[in-house]
Design a protein around this ligand. Structure first.
Ligand code: PLP
Length: 352
C-alpha cells in the first residue's frame, strides 16, 4: 500500500456548490456565487481568437495581463502575482509561508478553502469564531503568536456577506507585527456599496505586510477559466510567483481576463443589477420574517442551525441549489430575477 501524508486522513475535502433539478425539470444554481450573466460578446471573441493559438504554451509570465492589471490599479507590475483562480493564489501564498510549526489565523466560519489549503501546506490553522456573523478583529489580533506567519481577512466574508470597516481594520493592522503577512481576500470587492468599507489596496499602499487577493471569477464572470491575482509588495509577490506551477494560468484565461478589464464598464453595469437584486431579496426576506445579516457580497446568509439541511432540501425541490453548511446555515447567491423569485418562494414556504 502506498504511503501518504497523514494530514490526508483528517483533511476535509472541498465541497463545491452543487446543481439540483426539480421534479418538473427546473434548475437554478445559487450555490457558488457565480455571475448569472453569460459572457460578454467581446470576451467570447477574445477567447475564440486565443483558441487558435493553444498549440503553444501560454506566456508563463502573463506579461500582457500583468501590465493591464498594473495600469488598472496603478501598482508596479512587480507587485502582481497571478494564479489559476484566487484559490490557487491562496495556495501559493501558503506554500510560500507554510511549514510545520507555522500558524495561520483566520475567522471561522469563513471561506471553505482556507482550512484545506492550510492543512496541505503543513501549517496549523488558528480559527477565530465570528462575532455577530462578522470577523472579530480584536480576537484575531489576540490570536497572533510568534508562530503566526499569515492572517486571512475575508472582506466581505464568505459565507456571511458581512464586512469590516475602515477604522476597525486600521486598528487591527496596527496590532499585527510587520513580519506577519495579512492577506485581504476581496473576491467580492465589486459588490460593496458601503462607503466605509476600505479598498484593501489603500492598506497595501501603506503597509509592506498587507496584500490583496482578487479574482476574475465573480463580478468579472470568468469562474470557468480560473484567473486570480495578488497585489502585494515585492517580497510577497515574488514569493507567490515562485510557487506558481509553470503555465498554470492558461492562454485563453489570460486573453479573457485582458478583454474583461477592457470591458469593465459593461461588467460593472451587470454588477449593479445584481446589487439591485440583492436589495430586493433582502427586503423580501425581511418582509417574510427572516433575520438576515446585512451583506455587501452577491449572496445572503441564513442562520438555520439544525434546520439547514431541511431548508436546502426544500429549496432543491423547487430546483434551487443553495450552499448549506450542516448545523450552521445556508448561503444563497443572488442570481437573475427568476432564480431569486424561486428562492424567495421556497424561503417563504419554509416559514409557514
Ligand atoms: C469565490 C472566492 C474566491 C475565488 O475563487 P477563484 O479561485 O478565484 O475562483 C476567493 N476567495 C473567496 C472568499 C471566495 O468566495
Amino acid at each position: 500500500m502506498p504511503r501518504f501524508r497523514s494530514i490526508l486522513e483528517t483533511m476535509a475535502p472541498y465541497k463545491p456548490g452543487k446543481s439540483v433539478v426539480s421534479p418538473d425539470g427546473r434548475s437554478y444554481k445559487l450555490s457558488s456565487n457565480e455571475s448569472p450573466h453569460e459572457p460578454l460578446p467581446s470576451v467570447i471573441e477574445a477567447i475564440a481568437r486565443a483558441a487558435t493559438e493553444i498549440n503553444r504554451y501560454p506566456d508563463p509570465g502573463a506579461v500582457r495581463l500583468t501590465e493591464a492589471l498594473a495600469e488598472r490599479f496603478d501598482v508596479p507590475a512587480e507587485h502582481i502575482a497571478l494564479g489559476a483562480g484566487s484559490v490557487a493564489v491562496a495556495q501559493q501564498v501558503l506554500e510560500a509561508v507554510g511549514e510545520p510549526g507555522a500558524e495561520v489565523v483566520y475567522a471561522w466560519r469563513s471561506f471553505e478553502a482556507y482550512p484545506l489549503l492550510v492543512d496541505l501546506s503543513g501549517a496549523t490553522s488558528v480559527q477565530v469564531p465570528l462575532k455577530d456573523e462578522t470577523h472579530d478583529l480584536d480576537a484575531m489580533a489576540e490570536a497572533i503568536t510568534p508562530q503566526t506567519r499569515l492572517v486571512f481577512v475575508c472582506n466581505p466574508n464568505n459565507p456571511t456577506g458581512t464586512v469590516n470597516r475602515t477604522a476597525e481594520l486600521r486598528r487591527f493592522l496596527d496590532r499585527v507585527p510587520e513580519n506577519v503577512l495579512v492577506v485581504l481576500d476581496e473576491a467580492y470587492r465589486e459588490y460593496i456599496r458601503d462607503e466605509d468599507v476600505p479598498d484593501g489596496l489603500d492598506f497595501y499602499r501603506e503597509r509592506g505586510n498587507v496584500a490583496v487577493l482578487r479574482t476574475f471569477s465573480k463580478a468579472y464572470g470568468l469562474a470557468g477559466l480560473r484567473v486570480g491575482y495578488l497585489i502585494g509588495h515585492e517580497p510577497v509577490a515574488e514569493a507567490v510567483r515562485k510557487t506558481l506551477l509553470p503555465f498554470a494560468v492558461n492562454h485563453i484565461a489570460q486573453a479573457a481576463a485582458i478583454a474583461s478589464l477592457a470591458a469593465e464598464d459593461e461588467l460593472y453595469g451587470r454588477v449593479e443589477t445584481v446589487v439591485k437584486e440583492r436589495a430586493r431579496v433582502l427586503e423580501a426576506l425581511a418582509a417574510q420574517g427572516w433575520t438576515v445579516p446585512s451583506t455587501e457580497a452577491n449572496f445572503v446568509w441564513l442562520r438555520l442551525g439544525d434546520r439547514t439541511m431541511e431548508f436546502a432540501e426544500r429549496c432543491a425541490a423547487l430546483g434551487v441549489a443553495v450552499r448549506p453548511f450542516a448545523g450552521e446555515g445556508a448561503r444563497i447567491s443572488i442570481g437573475d430575477t427568476e432564480s431569486n423569485d424561486t428562492f424567495l418562494t421556497a424561503a417563504s414556504a419554509f416559514l409557514t
